[in-house]
Write a protein that binds this ligand. Structure first.
Ligand code: GUN
Ligand code: FE
Length: 418
């Protein structure tokens, strides 16, 4: 058993953050055993790692990120989605036909995820199998909880990324079979988005979803252009989310709909029916998508929420910053559309970034007993002029913290990064 001491913060619910000052936290076999404001007698005399006034918090979950776009972050941010994809993003993704390039980027990407305190992630690869095999293998090797997809796209795509439908399905099945028994990094179906997927491809993926009991990630009603395009291509499905339901892709595992900014009532009904996540990517929606999710209204409707960095639509890998931006965006949304929106609290944002996002993967994202001890120790955010509560330290970290303010990282109870 290991004992730690410090300030402690985690989300009990979207309404309530638990907060302890200078308490003890016990970890056994990689999981939290308990938090104790007073050291229990039986633990007296045991060695304690004392973090002083630093705060122990759960690690973050990134529910939408494109690993291959890592080299592109902060570039071409003055374009909108369609141009950004065609002129910049697709040409970069073509380079992942080269396994050496993929290995170099993916090694760095995984290290940087951990550096930013993200220990769980739902990740897009590219269409390329060797590259995506490497990525999922690397995450598994690190023991990180992840869902990783080989991307499928067979229409309206540049020649270098446009797959043959039968081959795409065949390679995807092999990818699922090869990695389905992984311990922590597992495969997920990844049709890119409606505009680049044929009906034959979607229905083929639907069959694989049922056969391998696999979930699906995609972009859902992400921009005005995409939402209109999806309904134009598949009018009989009624709405963007309906396309995936009709193709048989839903109900076989986790469902992650990135962005979910322009849903019709039907999109919301279907997402809820399958207990799917609406994944908000605040930076990406400011940079290339141009829209703001109605996060409070979706939460009221019973939809599960998560955050995504959406690298490289987003330019920051840190989910803590996305939580802060989500609070900011909820206020702007309320200003312009007061009827259906309201500002969200920091408690809700932190809950979304940790416990709710983590629930995709099992018992990660909290420090309640039984949760895997995937945790960060944050410091450097105290104030020389004001005493901050532990929750205030965490809020400040989300607004302007940096990787250097994460003083220690624990994954499944093991210290990493030293
Ligand atoms: N829609 C389709 N592909 C992408 C992508 O790579 N990034 C984002 N943000 N949206 C997309
Ligand atoms: Fe994306």
């Amino acid at each position: 058993m290991e004992l730690y001491r410090g300030n402690i913060v985690y989300a009990e619910s979207a309404e309530k953050l638990a907060e302890y000052r200078r308490a003890w936290l016990a970890v056994e076999a990689g999981r939290v055993k308990g938090i104790y404001p007073v050291l229990p007698e039986e633990y007296e005399g045991l060695p304690v790692t004392d973090f002083g006034d630093d705060v122990i918090i759960p690690a973050f979950s990134d529910l939408h990120v494109h690993a291959p776009q890592y080299p592109q972050r902060g570039l071409a941010m003055d374009t909108l989605l369609e141009d950004w994809l065609n002129r910049y993003t697709f040409p970069l993704e073509e380079r992942y036909a080269d396994p050496a390039f993929a290995k170099a980027v993916y090694d760095r990407f995984v290290d940087d995820l951990l550096a930013h305190g993200t220990m769980h992630a739902v990740i897009f690869g590219t269409i390329h199998v060797p590259a995506t095999d490497y990525l999922i293998g690397r995450l598994e090797e690190k023991g990180m909880h992840a869902l990783v997809g080989k991307v499928n796209m067979d229409i309206n795509s540049p020649a270098g990324l446009c797959e043959d439908t039968a081959k795409s399905l065949e390679e995807t099945e092999e990818f699922l079979a090869r990695h389905r028994n992984n311990k922590t990094a597992r495969p997920i179906l990844t049709p890119r988005f409606a505009p680049t997927c044929s009906w034959e491809l979607l229905c083929g993926l639907g069959k694989l979803a049922a056969k391998y009991e696999t979930g699906v990630q995609t972009h859902l009603v992400e921009s005005l252009w995409e939402a209109a395009e999806a309904v134009k291509m598949y009018p009989e499905c009624g709405c963007d989310t309906g396309i995936y339901e009709q193709a048989g892709l839903l109900g076989h595992g986790p469902l992650l709909g990135a962005h979910f900014i322009y849903p019709q009532d039907e999109d919301i009904r279907i997402l809820k029916k399958y207990d799917g996540f609406a994944v908000q990517c605040p930076d990406a929606t400011i940079n290339v998508i141009a829209g703001i999710m109605s996060s409070a209204a979706l939460a009221d409707a019973g939809i599960r929420l998560g955050y995504g960095s959406d690298i490289a639509g987003g330019h920051n890998l840190g989910i803590f910053g996305e939580a802060a931006r989500s609070v900011q965006l909820s206020k702007i949304k309320t200003l312009y559309e007061p009827e259906n929106n309201r500002p969200i609290s920091f408690a809700r944002a932190f809950h979304t970034a940790t416990k709710e996002g983590g629930s995709v993967f099992g018992k990660v994202g909290s420090l309640e007993p039984g949760y895997q001890f995937d945790a960060l120790v944050i410091g450097g955010v105290t104030d020389p002029f004001m005493e901050l509560t532990p929750v205030q330290q965490v809020e400040r970290f989300c607004y302007f913290g940096e990787t250097k303010d994460i003083h220690a990282r624990y994954l499944a109870g093991r210290k990493i990064g030293d």
